[in-house]
Design a protein around this ligand. Structure first.
Ligand code: 9MR
Length: 354
């Protein structure tokens, strides 16, 4: 038998097989952008992490490196070193870049918490911070979370309730009044009118009062012509989060007419934080279903032109803030500690593809 006669079709088949196997990525099937929060340290030192980010996602969010405390460590010092690594990587790999975040009650460096000045000095500080960061990245990034988590779960503006524990207070609201939120958007728009500007928050799916307060703020902003373009639903949920709450948060956010970003998705499989929990097949199934549900509702309830995308908060389970920061035994993401696809990846993938 002439072996060479069979070799080329065989190679062709293998080649096609390899190409189609390679194409099974989230970004290749999703009808909108699929993102992840990234950490430039991992990007530089872990090749498996980098390969997954590069292959699977077409949008990235800066997890920590563009937060106030990192980027602006001293009053007159800005440090863009880490942010630049992330931005250069994303531009070289054609990823959309979503910045996180300009005004927040956390990531407050010591100098800022000790800053003394009248309200004009505080206003100048906020404006200068926003405009310096946005000017540095002008033309490179697509969007930003301008203000993050300005409401309490009961719908009150953060620090309007006098009994709030110290860690929940926000310097911005205290020194500048509630309308610092609107002014932050104005300053951002002034610095770079091409940017899409988002308000980002958590727990809208479990706290109707908070959802209502955010929607009311958007309605007010629209009336006043404040430049806001999108709402971020962080969506840090768990396998027991009520489906109706998820659907309602997505639906009401979409009804504002703004872009809707599922901005920090992760799904805890061990919401009771029980140290004896094992990642059983039944937990995996519930988690996979919840991932699929979020995708399905997003597709169904958000009009196409408002679908800014779905971003997961980190890549592998071990990198998740739930595991790393809070030391909880959990498996909240689509990839395991070794950056292998998990069963919930398949559920998420199939829901995107459907
Ligand atoms: O994942 C982030 C973690 O590494 C940081 O230590 C923490 C404090 O800056 O912030 C985490 O990210 C949060 C995000 O910025 C805003 N929404 C909630 C996220 C999880 O806590």
């Amino acid at each position: 038998m002439n072996q060479s006669k069979w070799l080329s079709p065989l190679f062709l088949l293998l080649f096609i097989g390899a190409v189609s196997a390679q194409q099974k990525t989230l970004q290749s099937v999703a009808p909108f952008k699929i993102g992840c929060a990234i950490n430039p340290n991992l990007l530089v030192k872990n090749k498996d992490y980098k390969a997954v980010v590069t292959n699977e996602f077409n949008s990235i969010t800066s997890e920590n490196v563009l937060k106030f405390g990192t980027v602006h460590p001293k009053k007159d010092v800005y440090d863009f070193t880490k942010g630049d690594i992330l931005v250069d990587y994303a531009l070289a790999n054609h990823k959309r870049i979503h910045g996180h975040c300009l005004a927040w009650h956390q990531s407050v460096p010591k100098w800022l918490s000790e800053f003394e000045g009248d309200s004009a000095a505080w206003e100048n500080l906020l404006k200068t911070h926003i405009q310096t960061v946005l000017t540095h990245y002008k033309g490179k990034m697509t969007s930003w979370d301008v203000v993050n988590e300005a409401f309490f779960d009961n719908g009150a503006y953060r620090q309007d309730s006098v009994n709030a524990p110290h860690r929940y207070i926000t310097l911005w609201r205290n020194h500048l009044g509630r309308d610092y939120i609107a002014r932050a958007f104005i300053y951002a728009h002034e610095a770079d009118p091409d940017l899409l500007l988002f308000y980002n928050d958590y727990n809208q799916e479990s706290n109707p009062a908070k959802l209502k307060a955010i929607i009311a703020m958007v309605t007010d902003f629209k009336k006043r012509g404040i430049p806001i373009h999108g709402l971020g639903l962080q969506m840090h949920i768990n396998i027991n989060t009520k489906d109706e709450g998820i659907a309602e948060a997505i639906k009401q956010s979409a009804a504002t007419g703004l872009l809707v970003h599922i901005a920090e998705l992760d799904i805890k499989a061990n919401p009771k934080k029980d140290t004896s929990t094992v990642y059983s097949d039944s937990l995996k199934m519930l988690q996979g279903r919840k991932f699929a549900f979020v995708v399905e509702q997003y597709k169904k309830l958000v009009p196409k032109q408002q679908q800014y995308g779905i971003t997961t908060w980190n890549v592998g389970d071990a990198d998740s803030w739930i595991v790393e920061l809070r030391k909880i035994k959990d498996w909240p993401l689509l990839f395991d500690d070794k950056y292998q696809q998990k069963s919930c990846y398949n559920s998420f993938y199939e829901a995107l593809k459907k």
